[in-house]
Design a protein around this ligand. Structure first.
Ligand code: BGP
Length: 491
C-alpha cells in the first residue's frame, strides 16, 4: 500500500509567525503582537504597552510579507502540492469590528494565492491561527462576548467570497482545544482572546501562566467559538459547495504510565477532555457525555449551551479532521501539576515517558504514537484526516560555505512519514501532510527564532538581527525527493 495518488504533501506556517509587517497597509495590532520572546527555560511574557525598547518577535518575524514570492518559489522547487498558511484577521478587519474590509489586506492574500497557483500549489487556509485583533480583546473580551461570533462570521464570509475560486481547503480555528490543555495562559489568550481587565492594562511584562482566568468564562468563550466555527462552515458551503472545511486540534497522545487501573482511567479522562472534546463537537455535532461530566465536576454552569446553539453546531459539522502532532506524554494518577516530572502542560497528570527521548525543548519524539493517533481518529470519526503540523524544532548551524546540515530533522520526518504510511496501510483515510514551519519562523510557545523547523533556513536571529537570506537545508533536498516519489523514497 502506498500514499494516495493526489496526496497533498507540503508545509505549514501561520501569519503571525512569519509575515511581520505588523502595522503595514492598514493592519493593526493582533494578539501575538503583544508577546515578548522567551526561551526553553523562560516562558514568553505578555506586554500590552507596546514598549518601544522591547523586542516583539512577531513584528518583523521573517518578513514573509515582502518575501512571499521568493518563499513560495522555494516551496515550488521542493515540489509542494499544498501550502498551509493563515490569513491574518487583522489585515482584513484591522479592528475586528470595522464596517468594511481593508482592501490592501485582501489584495495581499490574492497575490499570495496567485503565486501559489503559479507553482501548482494548493493553499490550505486557517482563518484564525491566534491572530485575533487586539481591539476584540480590549473591547469585547474575546470570544467570551457573543458579538464576536458575528464578527468572526463576517470575516470568514468576506474571505470565502473573495477567495472562493482560489481556495478550496479551509480550517476555522487553529488548535481550538488549547484552552482545554490548562486553565488560562496561552490557551485563553491565543485561542480565545480572553483576558481579565487588569491584565489588559498591565504596564510591566506578565508571564503567560500568570494571566488570570476562570473556567466558566473559558468554556463559555470556547462554546462561542464552536458556534462561530459551525456558522462559518454553513456559510462557506453555501458560498461554494465544493469547499472542504476542516477543524484543527492540538493533539498530544496520552498513555497511562502503568497498567494500574487508576492510571488507565485518569488517562482516559484526560485524553477525552484535552484531545477529544473539540473534535467530538465539531465532527459529531454535539457535546459528548464526558464534557457534561467535566462541567459538573468543575462547577461550570452550562446554561450557555442553548437549544438554538445545539442546532447550529449540529448543522455546521466539518468535512475533515486535522491536527498537529509533535509529541506524546504519559499520565500518572498520583502526580498533579508537578513541573519537575512533567515535560509540558498538556495534562496536569503528565509525566515523562521512560521509553522515549525528547528534543532540546523537552518535546517527546514518538513516531509510533502518530500511527496510533491516526488509527484512533479514523475509528472515532470515520472522516478524512490531514496532518497539518508535524516537525522538529532544533538549533541549526549555517556553515561557512552556506550549507546547513540537519540530519536530525530528516530522521524525525522520515520516522513519522514511515508511521503515516503504516497507518494508510491500516486503512486510515489520510489525504495530506504539511510539515510545520517549512521555512524557519518565530516559535509560538517561546518566541524564539533558534527553535528552527524549516527545510529552508532564514538568516534571522533572536536579537532581531539577520540578513533575511533564505538557504536550502539538507532536509530541503531530502523532502523534495520524498514528495517526488509520493513518499516511497525516504532514504
Ligand atoms: C503549534 C502551533 C504552531 C507552532 C507549533 C510549534 O501548537 O499551532 O503555531 O508554533 O505548535 O510550536 P513552537 O513554535 O512553540 O515550537
Amino acid at each position: 500500500m502506498s500514499f494516495p495518488k493526489n496526496f497533498l504533501w507540503g508545509g505549514a506556517v501561520a501569519a503571525n509567525q512569519c509575515e511581520g509587517a505588523y502595522l503595514e497597509d492598514g493592519k493593526l495590532l493582533s494578539v501575538p503582537d503583544m508577546l515578548l520572546g522567551g526561551d526553553v527555560n523562560t516562558p514568553r511574557t505578555f506586554l500590552p504597552a507596546s514598549d518601544p525598547d522591547a523586542f516583539y518577535p512577531s513584528h518583523e518575524a521573517i518578513d514573509f510579507y515582502h518575501h512571499y514570492k521568493e518563499d513560495i518559489a522555494l516551496f515550488g522547487e521542493m515540489g509542494f502540492k499544498c501550502f498551509r498558511l493563515s490569513i491574518n484577521w487583522g489585515r482584513i478587519f484591522p479592528n475586528g469590528d470595522d464596517e468594511t474590509p481593508n482592501e490592501a489586506g485582501l489584495k495581499f492574500y490574492d497575490d499570495v494565492f496567485d503565486e501559489c497557483k503559479k507553482h501548482g500549489i494548493e493553499p490550505l487556509v486557517t482563518l484564525c491561527h491566534y491572530e485575533i485583533p487586539w481591539n476584540i480583546v480590549t473591547k469585547y473580551h474575546g470570544f467570551s462576548n457573543r458579538k464576536v461570533i458575528d464578527l468572526f462570521v463576517k470575516y470568514a464570509v468576506t474571505c470565502f467570497e473573495r477567495y472562493k475560486d482560489k481556495v478550496k481547503y479551509w480550517l476555522t480555528f487553529n488548535e481550538i482545544n488549547i484552552p482545554c490543555m490548562g486553565e488560562g495562559g496561552i490557551g485563553n489568550l491565543y485561542g480565545l482572546g480572553l483576558m481579565a481587565d487588569e491584565d489588559i492594562k498591565a504596564t510591566s511584562p506578565i508571564k503567560l501562566s500568570d494571566l488570570k482566568s476562570d473556567p466558566q468564562s473559558t468554556f463559555e468563550a470556547l462554546h462561542n467559538e464552536f458556534v462561530a466555527s459551525a456558522l462559518a462552515v454553513q456559510k462557506g458551503h453555501e458560498i461554494n459547495p465544493d469547499f472542504m472545511i476542516g477543524n484543527m486540534i492540538a493533539h498530544v497522545t496520552l498513555y497511562p504510565l502503568t497498567p494500574n487501573p487508576k492510571d488507565v482511567f485518569v488517562c482516559y479522562n484526560e485524553d477525552n477532555f484535552k484531545n477529544n472534546i473539540c473534535g467530538d463537537v465539531q465532527i459529531r455535532g454535539e457535546y459528548p457525555t464526558f464534557a457534561y461530566r467535566y462541567f459538573k465536576d468543575h462547577g461550570i454552569d452550562v446554561s450557555f449551551i442553548t437549544e438554538e446553539d445545539k442546532d447550529i453546531i449540529k448543522n455546521g459539522t466539518v468535512d475533515f479532521y486535522t491536527f498537529s502532532y509533535y509529541m506524546t506524554n504519559c499520565v500518572d494518577s498520583t502526580v498533579h501539576n508537578d513541573t519537575s516530572k512533567s515535560l509540558d502542560g498538556s495534562s496536569e497528570h503528565s509525566v515523562k515517558n521512560p521509553f522515549i527521548k525528547e528534543s532540546d525543548w523537552g518535546w517527546a519524539i514518538d513516531p509510533e504514537g502518530l500511527r496510533y493517533a491516526l488509527n484512533t481518529f479514523y475509528e472515532r470519526y470515520e472522516k478524512p484526516l490531514f496532518i497539518v503540523e508535524n516537525g522538529f524544532g532544533a538549533i541549526d548551524v549555517k556553515e561557512e560555505d552556506g550549507s546547513c546540515h540537519d540530519p536530525y530533522r530528516i530522521d524525525y520526518l522520515r520516522a513519522h512519514i514511515k508511521e503515516m504510511k503504516k497507518a494508510v496501510d491500516d486503512g486510515v483515510e489520510l489525504f495530506g501532510y504539511t510539515a510545520w514551519g517549512c521555512i524557519d519562523l518565530v516559535s509560538a510557545t517561546t518566541g524564539e527564532m533558534r527553535k528552527r523547523y524549516g527545510q529552508i533556513y532564514v538568516n534571522k536571529h533572536d536579537d532581531g538581527t539577520g540578513t533575511m537570506e533564505r538557504i536550502r537545508k539538507d532536509s530541503f533536498y531530502w523532502y523534495k525527493k520524498v514528495i517526488a516519489s509520493n513518499g516511497e523514497d525516504l532514504a
